[in-house]
Design a protein around this ligand. Structure first.
Ligand SMILES: [Zn+2]
Ligand SMILES: [Zn+2]
Length: 367
């Protein structure tokens, strides 16, 4: 298929419905590449973007930060981290963050590359005025320095996209949590990040994983992916009853590790109540500012002797290792079954609404 003028779904500004627009065909810069898009994702971040809940967005934008495509054209050799050539026709994904400078305080001294002020993210902090730098488009321009990851043999685009950005994000949260063999883990939130956290918690050696979330389809996915039990927060509506549900399953002690992947600020004090003394609590679900929550420093932190950790974004290492684990364990977890529905560029508005109303577990855009 040749797209003379490739199409993309553009978000013109906050709360403006997506519009399909034609773009000039991208040409790769030296060291860059152009992909023919196979699929991109619709995630909770895109819903936050649409509502204008993220700061510093260079409108208009083409959403779609995690995508799969076929290499159409390169400008000079393109290599993976092993040094192997990536040739046209290869099915690849790429690390959506680029431009981390490697020379600022955050990169060099703080070793906090995910907080480098120069870093940019495809589909979030890239403007449509600068080209096809988001996945809701027939073509994606890969700028020089973007880290390209060929999908390992045996993985299709649908397998990887069933994980989507929740795959490396859930992986990173589990790494942060420092799960040890035999731990009991609670995951609050059963969206793509929470579901992938359930998978990687099991692979990290958790004896038991308990899920807290909604709606039913996501709880069913949580069980299929290894959660021993799953609580429906629309049925158990009282925070105290939810805490009791966990305590009843942990001999009154609480879980060794609790991972918050819900996006609801109120989940944080609730989740700390679910954490055992000297346990670990990881917050990964508050990507957008959804408001404040009140903690009791005595009960939640000091007396509990808890380790409280935040988890922002992910680095290339998380994407790389998560994809290799997916290739190894795809027969067991069957990520592609998380995809509920696929949408054309013209249906991007429907995709956003379905995502917001939790009608889908994972939604794909098929440009
Ligand atoms: Zn930097
Ligand atoms: Zn995402």
């Amino acid at each position: 298929m040749t797209a003379a003028r490739p199409l993309a779904a553009v978000l013109p500004g906050p709360k403006h419905a997506p519009e399909v627009r034609a773009f000039e065909p991208p040409r790769p810069l030296p060291g860059g590449a152009v992909l023919e898009t196979v699929a991109s994702e619709v995630c909770g971040t895109d819903v936050h973007l649409f509502h204008g809940r993220l700061a510093g967005v260079p409108w208009p934008i083409i959403p779609g930060h995690v995508s799969v495509g076929r290499v159409l054209e390169t400008n000079g050799p393109l290599r993976d981290v092993e040094g192997d050539a990536i040739l046209p026709g290869r099915l690849v994904t790429f690390y959506d963050v680029f431009g981390a400078c490697g020379s600022c305080w955050h990169c060099l001294v703080g070793k906090a590359a995910t907080r480098c002020p120069q870093r940019r993210v495809y589909g979030i902090t890239t403007s449509a005025d600068d080209g096809l730098l988001g996945g809701w488009a027939e073509r994606i321009e890969l700028r020089p320095g973007v880290r390209v990851l060929p999908l390992p043999d045996g993985l299709d685009a649908e397998d990887f996209m069933g994980g989507g950005c929740g795959l490396p994000t859930g992986f990173h949260a589990v790494e942060r949590a420092g799960i040890v063999l035999g731990d009991t883990v609670v995951v609050q939130g059963t969206g793509p990040v929470g579901l992938n956290a359930i998978v990687f918690a099991s692979l990290a050696g958790a004896l038991r994983v308990l899920a807290v979330g909604a709606p039913a389809a996501r709880l069913e996915a949580a069980r299929r992916l290894g959660a021993e039990d799953a609580m429906d927060v629309t049925v158990v509506t009282e925070p105290a009853a939810r805490v009791r549900w966990i305590l009843d399953r942990t001999r009154g002690r609480g879980a060794d590790v609790v991972i918050e992947a819900s996006g609801n600020p109120a989940a944080v004090p609730e989740g700390l109540e679910m954490t055992r003394d000297a346990g670990r609590y990881v917050v990964v679900g508050q990507y957008a500012d959804a408001g404040d929550a009140t903690l009791n420093p005595h009960r939640h932190l000091n007396r509990r002797h808890v380790t409280l950790l935040g988890c922002w974004g992910y680095e290339y290492t998380h994407l790389h290792r998560a994809v290799l684990l997916m290739a190894r364990y795809n027969g067991r977890f069957r990520w592609r079954e998380l995809i509920t529905r696929e949408y054309s560029l013209a249906d991007a508005a429907v995709a956003l609404e379905d995502m917001e109303r939790l009608r889908v577990v994972k939604a794909l855009i098929r440009p």
